[in-house]
Design a protein around this ligand. Sequence first.
Ligand SMILES: Cc1ncc(COP(=O)(O)O)c(C=O)c1O
Ligand SMILES: N[C@@H](CCOP(=O)(O)O)C(=O)O
Length: 432
Amino acid sequence: MQATTGTQAATASFKNLKCKECGAEYELQASHVCEFCFGPLEVTYDYSNLRNTVTRQTIQAGPNSIWRYRKFLPVASENPIDVGTGMTPLVRSHRLARRLGLKKLYIKNDAVNMPTLSFKDRVVSVALTRAKELGFSTVSCASTGNLANSTAAIAAHAGLDCCVFIPADLEAGKILGSLIYSPTLMAVKGNYDQVNRLCSEVANTHGWGFVNINLRPYYSEGSKTLGFEVAEQLGWELPDHIVAPLASGSLFTKIYKGFNEFTEVGLVEGKKVRFSGAQAEGCSPIYKAFKEDRDFIEPVKPNTIAKSIAIGNPADGIYAVEIAKKTGGNIEAVNDTEIIEGMKLLAETEGIFTETAGGTTIAVLKKLVEAGKIDPEETTVAYITGNGLKTQEAVQGYIGEPLTIEAKLDSFETALERSRTLERLEWQQVLV
Ligand SMILES: Cc1ncc(COP(=O)(O)O)c(C=O)c1O
Ligand SMILES: N[C@@H](CCOP(=O)(O)O)C(=O)O
């Protein structure tokens, strides 16, 4: 069941929905496309109200979750759904930074986000809070895995009915990571873009709240918190350069919006942050538009191990291209082998096990540094958006085997000596 507009608390600062293309304005309803030009709708805010009511101190006195930034988010409720999402570690990297030749590298680690170990917990916490305000009792999504996990988990917590759609060939960890919460899970024989098209039809025939379709303007705002947190964790300063993965491009554009909003209301000093994006070669329509200096995206058919970011027809792709260009950033793509090496590199140097999307980010970071496109002096933040335990298939066969031994000391000593000899031989091969 759905009401058309939500109530708005006196303290809320969000105003209306506005078309990003033609500027037409709409009420705060469940809708994502402009009736006049089919452009995407975005939430607007009263920044003068925010400037007068939000300070660094009021934020710091708030909860240790994304909801410390509630006034910058499109929810009216003073008691939003809070499952501890956000305020993930911003890790100062030393070993990876040294390997890459960077002086000030940070890892924003959403591989440990709550409750389902990806940045999607942010957007879903916002979307489901808004879904309740708008009167929906059933929530849904089209997903490449992580979004389904978050929607199923947070819907369970909030007592909402849930039906999620994924491509049938996803990793086992992503499928199990939804099923455990007992949603209706539709595994569609097709790729994400086909799943998304089906969901748009279902959204028209069922009165459900699809977090990334009719609730998309609210949902996508949750990613701004990845910008807010980095600014706060850097001591209320913006970084010089960020590198983030791109699928639909929404995450990238909302980190940008987050930095701009903090600047607009005076919480940080404004500066130009360079935005660089990472794609898998097997699904790189945004990278291609950037390289070919096009103002349109040519959809592709995905074929990559980085399934979470395998979106062939990205809704916000062209806005991501614009941001990379106007900030002096870049968009790069890496192949599946480089993605696996990126996952291993982050694990071996920083102790962070990321999924394939994070492997893509690290591999692109490395490529950009090697090409001289990231200055070693820049304060750089790499966004790690998901957890490696969900995409174990990607690294199987690339990370060695355990040494199986008898429960006897001499068995241990023999195995240890053999492994050290093997290590020496491998090093000799590297040196030849
Ligand atoms: C782990 C992970 N990282 C990054 C992304 C990319 O986000 P967006 O579609 O907003 O570009 C996704 C999903 O799309 C994801 O699941
Ligand atoms: N990658 C997402 C699916 C697409 O979400 P969107 O925000 O790009 O519409 C997932 O994790 O399922």
